[in-house]
Design a binder for this molecule. Sequence first.
Ligand code: HEM
Length: 242
Amino acid sequence: MFIFNSSIGKKFIQAVSGAFLVLFLLLHGTINFFSVIDSFTGKYGVVAADEALFSKGDGLFKMGCDFMSLPIIDIMVPILALGVLVHIGYGVWLTIGNIIARGGYKRYEVASKAATDSWSAKNMLVLGIVILGILFFHLTHFWAKMQLPEMFGIGNFENNPYLLLNVTFGSWIVLIFYIIWFVALWLHLNHGFWSMFQTVGWDGKTWFKRVKVIGTIVATIIVLLFITTAINACLQANGLLA
Ligand code: HEM
């Protein structure tokens, strides 16, 4: 079948699953950024004593986490996991195909110095591996303490997400790991975004430049949301924001 066999078909699947993950990151980054807004409104760390969802007085970030635990969103988790698996599976498959087609790992050394020939383009697989590796580390910090106990009854449920933010980002070493993660994510998204549009055919001369700029803006917004959340939590945890 075309979509599975041809290189453009595989890239199409890669683009669609990538677009889905970009939407997840925008939502996830926005909800996390609520914790920064909470710092300005004096609601950082404010969680009502009851364990009910959307309790009056809860901080914005806590409400965002409540939203993420609604059944409708829980249904999305397996779809998200599938999206990640498809994206990784096709990413590896595409890269291996490219290496074989170019006759070895020293790809891109041939005459073509196309615009794709950037550092990120050459290293999408490596960047993907770094992102995935630190993703597992990340899941142990939040998902394993919130969704896992809630969904499968494994471990102790933590109702205060600010506490998890403080425990995680209170450590400078962990903060540095996360920042490396965000930089890898920026490089991956920055290249992946325009590559996605190129795949679906938006690669005319005028649009090529515009899509590249839009991609850089989207990647920067996503990564800034995460970075400010992490740095703010680190400052909060270490009492550096009076
Ligand atoms: C400052 C950075 C981040 C913080 C504070 C953060 C926080 C959280 C929290 C609180 C959860 C539990 C569920 C929820 O409320 O959404 C979670 C889950 C998750 N995070 Fe993050 N996250 C960050 C960055 C990222 C990044 C960069 C990625 C992907 C590259 C990511 C991927 C996920 C995934 C896949 C889950 C599990 C699915 C889900 O429950 O929504 N997170 N994260």
